[in-house]
Ligand binder design. Structure first.
Ligand code: XMP
Length: 521
């Protein structure tokens, strides 16, 4: 499968030396309305030539510049006439390559907060408070400045906290401006991007939509046709609406009903995309096939593999039946494709290139159309709003690709899915009608096939357990359990026990991630 050319021109090129905070730098720049792109050192000059950035940021990294296999960058990047800001390792690389000296920090590594005293604000530190807190995390330091450099600010343990060679447009920070703990870090980045780099501020939802639509039109051409899987999630929905805006009914969407969806999902997709957006959406009811293949399987990983495989088979059949479609639409996001150096900064770089969950038929010889390939999730949401998609879709909670299969413990059967679906609908209804979803990452029901005795009416019952899982999270890597107001919990429990047949008990999951995960399987 081939790919379209990468990204727009202009903006800020960020060279990733293996920093944990690289994506954060990219997002901070974009929040200023300026396009930014991350690349690995090995590809920096190549990307530079294509992108023609107005400024370059060199990130931090875990290595020492004097190690023989430390990440290196083509020095030509310093001769391009655009300003360069080095952060931490980036500053050390600058210093070493411009005739300065870098040594291990004499008092060992310096981590955490320190106060910064400004000697000479200049453009970079304009508007930054005196004695503000900055966040350091480095084991090396610049021991001797390169010729032409002067000190703008220092901290007690670090005489070269902020340095610059203003004539040549080289700047360096020994701390991390992109992390929230650094006071006025955003001001420093803004000064570099706007006042020093003079970067264009044209990265906003309206312009992005126009640019994406034009790019899809150009890639697909006047008669090309695109097939794509529409899941009803944010990414595939926004991608589909952009592609549809570009080529109208030459986009053919396939919605696979795998029998593992939540209540109302299929109807919602049908009415929104078919009726409101007038898109060509084919609904493929493959629930028999999915549930048939899942029969007897209780192992979570096995379930996931089966759902993924059947999805690929079903989608492949549909794509092949649309012989005229030579393009495959996808809602891939930027974090899935960012080229980053290996976490520990090894000599060789790892290029991450994950694809959307749900898996794709790799043997389809089609050209990928991925309009969200250079966007972060929050940008995709902003685009969704710009495109008029309802908040119920744009702001909706994540739902796993394997669907209710990973929330239905033990064997997945229709007899268990139906009560689970009803209980889940009750949880969503009670949370959303009070607006409690703000600040929650996910809220859902889980089916536990554990029988316990209850009494309903005057009769003894022996039924299963419905667990309630409500979590907050920033990025799903870690999560904490959240307690809904007690009256809401009481109402949810009452409704599930009275309205849903199959549960005699409702439980509350109070496990954080780690060590638990958000989903139960
Ligand atoms: P865990 O359970 O690993 O989940 O804490 C983290 C986040 O990822 C979602 N999730 C998935 N999303 N396909 C997806 O698209 C999957 O297979 C999948 N499994 C988990 C989960 O809902 C949570 O937000």
């Amino acid at each position: 499968m081939s790919q379209q050319p990468e990204g727009p021109q202009g903006g800020v090129l960020i060279v990733d030396f293996g920093a944990q905070y690289c994506q954060l730098i990219a997002r901070r720049v974009r929040e200023l309305g300026v396009y930014s792109r991350i690349t690995v050192p090995e590809r920096a000059m190549f990307t530079f030539t294509h992108m023609r950035p107005q400024a370059v940021i060199l990130s931090g990294g875990p290595r020492s510049v004097y190690e023989h296999d430390a990440p290196q960058l083509d020095r030509k990047i310093l001769d391009q006439g655009v300003p360069v800001l080095g952060i931490c390792y980036g500053l050390q690389w600058l210093a070493q390559n411009l005739g300065g000296e870098v040594t291990p920090a004499s008092s060992g590594a310096e981590y955490g907060r320190t106060e910064m005293r400004i000697d000479d604000a200049g453009e970079l530190l304009a508007g930054v408070r005196q004695d503000g807190i900055v966040w350091m995390s480095h084991g090396d330091k610049v021991a001797k400045l390169p010729p032409g450099f002067s000190v703008l600010a220092r901290s007690a343990p670090c005489p070269f906290a902020v340095v610059a060679d203003r004539a040549r447009g080289f700047y360096g920070l020994q701390f991390h401006p992109e992390v929230a703990h650094t006071q006025d870090g955003g001001v420093m980045l803004e000064n570099f991007v706007r006042a020093i780099g003079k970067c264009r501020s044209d990265w906003n939802p309206g312009n992005i939509v126009d640019a994406k639509v034009a790019a899809v039109r150009e890639l697909v051409g006047p008669d090309g046709e695109v097939v794509m899987g529409l899941s009803g999630g944010v990414d595939s929905s926004v991608a589909a609406v952009i592609i549809h805006r570009a080529i109208g009914r030459r986009l053919h969407c396939v919605f696979v009903d795998n029998g593992l969806l939540r209540a109302g999902e299929r109807d919602g997709v049908e009415s929104l995309f078919r009726d409101d957006y007038h898109m060509d959406v084919k609904i493929v009811d493959a629930s028999e096939r999915f549930l048939g293949e899942l029969r007897g399987i209780i192992d979570p990983e096995h379930k996931r593999k089966v759902v993924g495989k059947v999805f690929v088979d079903v989608f492949r059949d549909e794509a092949r039946s649309l012989r005229s479609a030579k393009f495959l639409g996808q809602g891939t996001l930027y974090p899935d494709v960012i080229e980053s150096v290996a976490a520990h900064g090894g000599a060789t770089s790892t290029i991450k290139s994950h694809h959307n969950v749900g898996g794709l038929p790799k043997d389809l010889d089609m050209t990928l159309v991925e309009p969200l390939r250079d966007l972060f999730k929050d940008e995709v949401r902003a685009l969704g709003r710009q495109l008029g998609l309802p908040s119920s879709l744009v702001d909706r909670q994540p739902f796993p690709g394997p669907g209710l299969a990973v929330r239905c413990l033990g064997e997945v059967t229709r007899q268990k899915l139906e009560p689970l679906r009803q209980a889940d609908a009750i949880v969503r209804d009670e949370v959303e009608k009070r607006g409690l979803q703000q600040g929650l990452w996910q809220y859902f029901a889980v089916y536990l096939p554990i029988k316990s005795v209850g009494v309903k009416g005057d009769a003894r019952v022996y039924e299963d357990v419905c667990m309630l899982r409500v979590v907050s999270s920033q990025d799903a890597m870690t999560a904490d359990w959240e307690l809904l107001p007690v009256d809401v919990l009481r109402r949810i429990s009452n409704r599930i026990l009275n309205e849903v047949k199959g549960f005699s008990r409702v439980g509350l999951d109070i496990s954080s991630k780690p060590p638990a995960t958000i989903e139960w399987e």
